[in-house]
Design a protein around this ligand. Structure first.
Ligand SMILES: C[S@@+](CC[C@H](N)C(=O)[O-])C[C@H]1O[C@@H](n2cnc3c(N)ncnc32)[C@H](O)[C@@H]1O
Length: 359
């Protein structure tokens, strides 16, 4: 085996290219060759997808790799395995590589992060006709290695088939579905209480995507409820020390006119531009069946709770979007402080929302 050097393949990373010359017969169609030390160790019982090595016969890729050794010896036809520091392989036509006159080369990308390499190997291991559950499991394995603290939930949840809601979401938020679960939750909770009487309100509107789902829930129920929307449309107010370091004053600024455009198809929607709680007194005589608070910070969350919770009708629902997010410790603090002396429990949903039902 001669190390023939490193090469650069276009824009990709440097690779080690080595010609394999000294083979020993293992058994059946399987031959073996020791790999030189510049190659990282390959697969093992603890990580059967560790190797990123590729094997070529006269410049044509063989494979698949990661093959079981018994299968290499019985079936052959280019199957191979990089196990610890040894290459176990078969030729493309099961001829003897010591006598068939062909050249065998191993190629290995250099110094890719082990986690990234593991993911590539997992994806490479998917069959040509992988199923949705194969794909889900593969991505789950990749996430586990790349970002162990992040966990994927269950597959096969039926709300991912809600085509019309997904279309609306895509139109408002684009192809990032991170907040769809929360919008879906708001939509369903609002539907559940919209006929209790009273208005609906949102504190922290941004592009009015959640407000859209509130208005939709209302219209589908046939209720005539008013929807009041409070936002500076100049982004966040100044964070206090309680809010940590994640947010900056002025973050999440969104033009009011564009938010209005997003809700132009709905009646009885009232935009109240200004700093919370500046304009709350204009609706002091109202009661509310559903309130959504999504302002990320302590002070406006506290002020929104103080104003709206006493005005929530019995069985009405209040949702704090930010309750379970590490980025919003002030919002959680405001909720916990506000409900500490009240009989109402905060239901912490896995979506990150905190939900309270008025009793
Ligand atoms: C996370 S965004 C709201 C997202 C929106 N609820 C949605 O789901 O589409 C937070 C909003 O709160 C507003 N905001 C934050 N602090 C505020 C304050 N003190 N007064 C008024 N609006 C505020 C920001 O302008 C921003 O639009």
């Amino acid at each position: 085996m001669n190390a023939t050097g490193e090469e650069n393949s276009g824009a990709s990373r440097p690779r080690i290219l080595t010609r394999v010359e000294k083979f020993e017969h293992e058994r059946g169609h399987c031959f073996r060759a020791a790999l030189p030390p510049e190659f990282a160790a390959g697969d093992s019982n603890t990580d059967p997808h560790s190797s990123n090595l590729m094997l070529a016969e006269n410049g044509v890729a063989l494979g698949p790799g990661h093959a079981v050794h018994d299968v290499i010896s019985e079936r052959g036809r280019g199957l191979y395995s990089h196990w610890h520091r040894v290459l176990y392989f078969s030729s493309s036509d099961n001829s003897d590589p010591r006598q068939n006159g062909r050249e065998y080369q191993v190629i290995s990308p250099v110094r890719r992060s082990p986690a990234v390499q593991h993911c590539l190997n997992v994806l490479n291991g998917l069959s040509d006709q992988f199923s949705p559950s194969d794909a889900y499991a593969a991505v789950e394995q990749c996430l586990t290695r790349l970002y162990p603290a992040a966990k994927m939930g269950e597959d096969l949840k039926s709300f991912w088939h809600e085509a019309s809601l997904l279309d609306i979401y895509r139109g408002l938020c684009g192809e990032n579905y991170r907040s769809f679960e929360r919008k879906f939750t708001v939509y369903n909770l609002a539907r559940a209480v919209v006929r209790l009487g009273g208005s609906m309100a949102e504190c922290g509107v941004y592009n009015a995507a959640t407000a859209y789902f509130m208005a939709l829930a209302r219209d589908e129920s046939g209720a005539q409820t008013d929807l009041f929307l409070f936002d500076s449309f100049e982004g966040l107010s100044a964070p206090s020390p309680i809010d940590g370091l994640y947010w900056r004053q002025g973050a999440l600024t969104f033009p009011e006119q564009l938010a209005r455009n997003n809700l132009c198809e709905f009646r009885n929607v009232h935009f109240c531009q200004g700093w919370i709680p500046g304009r709350f007194q204009e609706i002091a005589q109202r009661t509310f069946c559903f309130v959504h608070i999504d302002v990320d910070l302590y002070q406006p969350t506290r002020d929104s709770l103080a104003f709206f919770f006493p005005r929530l009708v019995p069985k009405g629902i209040l949702v704090c979007d930010d309750y379970g997010f590490d980025s919003c410790p002030g919002a959680r603090r405001a909720m916990d402080e506000f409900f500490a002396d009240k009989p109402n429990s905060i239901v912490h949903l896995p979506t990150g929302q905190g939900v309270v039902i008025k009793c």
